[in-house]
Design a protein around this ligand. Structure first.
Ligand code: GDP
Ligand code: MN
Length: 349
């Protein structure tokens, strides 16, 4: 007998039903974005790319954190874009204000000096709260408690390549605790006493430094001075237990008491990086060479043409920062005896 033909609506339902049947990720992991309401439309571009390139296949959650309540527009727009569950957290006031031991007049004088010296964000109070929050508090937010791994996403970034595997599972199965795409030396004027403070901490708590740590990434003279190398923390896929550890918790507290988040302009990038290099065995730090990443002004683009084609990357190998003179990643390869991709010399300047 003749069956009545399916309606266009039925056809579509059947097609979609059989073609979006992704399994979804199985790790205790989330994306996390610290953002203001005004960052919405730049963040939307980042989210869309992360979803297209990775998360639509895995549907991991996304935690948004803000020092002010998120607007309905922010919540509706981001919830519509994220394939996993979205969660919106308000940052407790005491984690986004001057601690009582900080001399606010001294801090104001420093901001004035840095304004005159034209140090980037040197005169900003909110940027300092942001750096301190990313260093010491995001991983303590109640919304983060159920997770083991996170991927930090900022507004205005690009993801250049398809990521067809579960990066969180990769981290766990390969025993990685911290990962990066771009590394470079920090602007020394923002951290005059960070290393001295870190050295004092190391003297007081030598038990937190495993023997096979990566001191040689951050210091060229066995720990006497800091060479400034840091992982660019606007991209981070990492284990939350690194920050939850006793070593890091104590380290952050020590830095916080020293006051450099306000009396200088300590960034969360050097703080995270120094901690990862000092407190982790070196093989727990991973360089992602196959993601393709941009945050103004630096690109990570796989220089291997095969990777670029297989992963449908939309970046130019010539733009890749990895092997350029200012990058610290060649050092990472050298000290860890990693094999450089062939032809890296052609991308060194
Ligand atoms: P840059 O990458 O160092 O130039 O700094 P960004 O302006 O990108 O800030 C870093 C991250 O913190 C981004 O995810 C911003 O959205 C976020 N951020 C910066 N300042 C604030 C702030 O005052 N409040 C909130 N809620 N987020 C902020
Ligand atoms: Mn940024």
């Amino acid at each position: 007998s003749l069956q009545s033909p399916a309606t266009p609506g039925d056809l579509k339902k059947e097609f979609v039903g059989s073609n979006v049947n992704f399994q979804g990720g199985t790790e205790k992991a989330t994306f996390v974005s610290l953002a203001r309401n005004q960052d919405l439309w730049e963040l939307v571009k980042s989210i869309r790319q992360v979803e297209d390139r990775f998360n639509r296949k895995f549907k991991y959650d996304w935690v948004f954190l803000n020092d002010e309540p998120f607007s309905d527009e922010f919540k509706k727009t981001t919830t519509a874009l994220v394939s996993g569950t979205t969660k919106y957290g308000l940052i407790p006031k005491e984690q986004w204000s001057f601690p009582e031991w900080i001399d606010t007049e001294k801090a104001a004088r420093v901001r004035q000096e840095m304004r005159e010296k034209k140090i980037i964000y040197g005169d900003s109070i909110s940027y300092r709260h942001m750096c301190r929050y990313e260093s010491g508090f995001f991983w303590r937010h109640e919304l983060m408690m159920e997770y083991e791994y996170y991927w930090r996403v900022e507004p205005s970034i690009d993801i250049y390549c398809d990521i067809d595997y579960d990066v969180f599972k990769f981290m766990r199965e390969n025993n990685k605790a911290y990962s990066f795409t771009i590394s470079l030396p920090e602007y020394k004027e923002t951290i005059p006493t960070l290393w001295e403070t870190t050295r004092n901490f190391m003297k007081e708590y030598p038990q937190y430094l495993p023997e096979n740590n990566m001191m040689d990434f951050i210091s060229d003279d066995g720990g006497l001075t800091y060479n400034g190398c840091h992982f660019w923390s606007n991209f981070e896929i990492a284990s939350l237990s690194l920050w939850r550890s006793e070593a890091y918790t104590k380290y952050f507290e020590y830095l916080d008491k020293a006051g450099g988040f306000f009396y200088e302009r300590w960034g969360d990038a050097p703080v995270h990086s120094i901690a990862a290099a000092l407190f982790l065995p070196r093989d727990k730090i991973h360089f992602f060479d196959d993601v393709g990443y941009f945050h103004v002004p630096f690109h990570n683009c796989p220089i291997d043409q095969q990777i670029r084609q297989e992963r449908h990357c939309m970046c130019k190998a010539q733009d890749d920062f990895t092997w350029k003179g200012y990058s610290c990643t060649p050092k990472f390869f050298t000290i860890n005896n990693l094999k450089r991709p062939s032809g890296w010399e052609n991308y060194a300047n």
